[in-house]
Ligand binder design. Sequence first.
Ligand code: MG
Ligand code: MG
Length: 259
Amino acid sequence: MSKFIFKTNEEIEIIRASCEILARTHGEIAKNVKAGVTTKQLNKVAEEFIRDNGGIPSFLNFNGFPYTLCISLNDQVVHGFPSGYQLRDGDIVSIDCGVIFNRYFSDSAYTYAIGEILPENQRLLTVTKECLNLAIEKAVVGNRIGDISFAVQNHAENAGFGVVRELVGHGVGTMVHEKPEVPNYGKRGSGLKLEEGMVLAIEPMINGGKAAVKFWDDGWTVSTRDKSPSAHFEHTVAIRKGKADVLSSFEYIEEVLNK
Ligand code: MG
Ligand code: MG
């Protein structure tokens, strides 16, 4: 990771524009997420939509990653490859996407339920999204990174879930990952002080079972060791006084899901 870089308001507005393309891309994906679709088809939808709207897929070719989307099924945590697998009722599927617009990056992820899922898995999705929202409440000037981290860990572990340690949130700017790291576990009041000009990807990765993960020999896919399901929700957020400025959005996804 590079040195930590503060963003001007002008830069934050470009990141917001990048996030808008990303949010609308997620909305297009949401229209297609259903039983029977292959995860490669979802990747194609996303790549075409991003390029048609003036963006560049930021994950594609990043350190050799071969796709626009990371699609992680069930016990996969993050960085799964799109494939010929057809989604089926009962699956949970995490879809992570990033866009480059006018040199600036955006990063956001959402976990979907396909058809009827186990109540325990639904609870995992609900709690992981709550973790993200609680973390965003802490993403304000005067707090520290550890306040964000603690908010995620505390809520997830109180629900009996495992918090992934090996992968973390990060700064967002002109690279896929910038400093600082934003862990999903930690102590209140610890770590770097949050200031205006910081733009962070906050991304709880929460396992239905234990926290431990394994790294596949494809070089990318991460899954739970105990084969429990895993969920991932992510927003790109600008630090402000009083209330965080959430630059990415699930609005277009939820419009589709609430129809
Ligand atoms: Mg992401
Ligand atoms: Mg990220």
